[in-house]
Design a protein around this ligand. Sequence first.
Ligand SMILES: Cc1cc2nc3c(=O)[nH]c(=O)nc-3n(C[C@H](O)[C@H](O)[C@H](O)COP(=O)(O)OP(=O)(O)OC[C@H]3O[C@@H](n4cnc5c(N)ncnc54)[C@H](O)[C@@H]3O)c2cc1C
Length: 509
Amino acid sequence: MSNKYDTIVVGGGHNGLTAATILANHGQKVLLVEKRSIFGGVAAGEEFHPGHWSTGLLQDTGSVRRNVITDLSLEKFGLETNGKRASTAILGKQGKCITISDDETQTAQSINRYSEKDSEAYLTYKNFITKITPFIRDIMDQAPPDLVSMGTGDLWQLAKNGLKLKRLGKATMMEFLKVAPMSVQDFLDERFETDFLKAGMSVPAVQGSFTSPRSAYTTLNLLLWECLSSDEVVGGPQALTSALVKAAQKSGVDLKSDSDVRQVVLDEQRKVKGIRLDNGEEFFANKVAATCAPQEAFFQLLEPNQIEYSLEHGIEHFRSRGTTAKLNLALSKPLRFNGQEDDAMFARTGNSWLEMEKAFDPIKYRNFSSEPILETHNTGKAPEGCATFSILVHYAPFELEGGWTDTARNELTENIIDTLSQYSPEVRDSIVGSELLTPIDLKERYGLPNGHIFHGEHAVDQLLTRPIPSCMQYNTPINGLYLCGSGSHPGGGITCLPGYLGAKRILKT
Ligand SMILES: Cc1cc2nc3c(=O)[nH]c(=O)nc-3n(C[C@H](O)[C@H](O)[C@H](O)COP(=O)(O)OP(=O)(O)OC[C@H]3O[C@@H](n4cnc5c(N)ncnc54)[C@H](O)[C@@H]3O)c2cc1C
């Protein structure tokens, strides 16, 4: 392996793998360096109990962008999508359950068992989502215009986006502009009446954010999630990682695991010269694409005093307060939830606005709730006749009052199991093994800043100029340093887009 490259990619998550492959496909000599022994970043699956594999931290592959799949020819490397969005069971107490599937008529029927009005409202809601989807996808699928230098091309892009908004038609455009800044609670209250349906529907709006359903702009998050998620990858995050690794290898990317980047090395003019690993090994390139979090890129990988105060201040205040924990459960048998009629891949609790607010409240005081909000996923690998549940837990603070001691960890695990038992009474007796990952563990194992699942919150001020205005175009004030991970547009989730758009930006320079 020669040690001179055109671009070095730091981090082998799905964004790093995507960026490296795009660059190599355009003739660049690329090195990708990953500190762990496996690729996939937070999407890498791991065995947490003999025979039981989690799907990594991730559960939902419904947002992987079609243009990335096509451009990287991922289907040639074994990637299959199932043509539809996975079903989700929205759970309520006393055995209530509604299945939201890709089939709107079936979903409306499922809702109709609780409310005829809501079943009609759901079709109207989906009709609105269908209308705004092309507009939202267009905005999220392109690099944002450069609002700082605002050249002719950027003005043109802004004008085109404005035109696309107008083309939605007056009624849809006005509805979108009215509802996007609303709290998701107000938005759903205007449309639906069934408490557990509204609460369950709102979970993607608050996922990974220090917000409750009552927070302003949470509707925007719900709309983004609705518009961007579509068909799932068959085999989940691991199948995606496997196809991305094969595509990178085929394109000639040098993949180097077990290699912790300690420093991005700059020359006297503060231009990128290469990287240094923790074992002292050096590799040279005048471009580095960092897919770790922006905080790590600027504060850990650069020597102190290399960046201006305004940049340091901006990145320091890029909000990344971890709010999510993960519990993997090894079960002796497959389980269904009360009232569940089919094999929905996902399930969500929430139950009512009041209960969601109670689950959120303790995090303000650096604590966790006795009844957290849960998102479960049941497709981790398990021995014959057994099952694996992978559970996202909202809300759990990074800095727990008193620290994440064994007692605190046990208490949160018990709270989760107690909560889950209200929806599936056999769960406790079926558990044969478990693994809890608190936000502290997410930071330590995966390098996520404050354990934040998206490298930084999806708040409206952190979306379109992500992570901060002077770095929103993937390049940074450090000549040759690019940000191509979830801290860049369009943000976290398994889209592969920050890596894809970041690589396109590198190719233009
Ligand atoms: C618990 C949890 C659940 C989630 N659930 C979902 C979900 O269901 N659906 C969804 O779409 N999104 C989900 N997300 C969010 C999504 O996973 C992230 O936004 C996205 O995966 C980040 O991808 P990435 O490639 O940008 O970064 P990462 O996957 O974080 O990859 C960065 C890589 O860089 C490596 N690295 C960091 N520093 C260095 C260094 N110094 N040297 C070498 N390597 C380094 C890391 O080891 C890592 O492999 C979830 C996240 C978490 C934590």
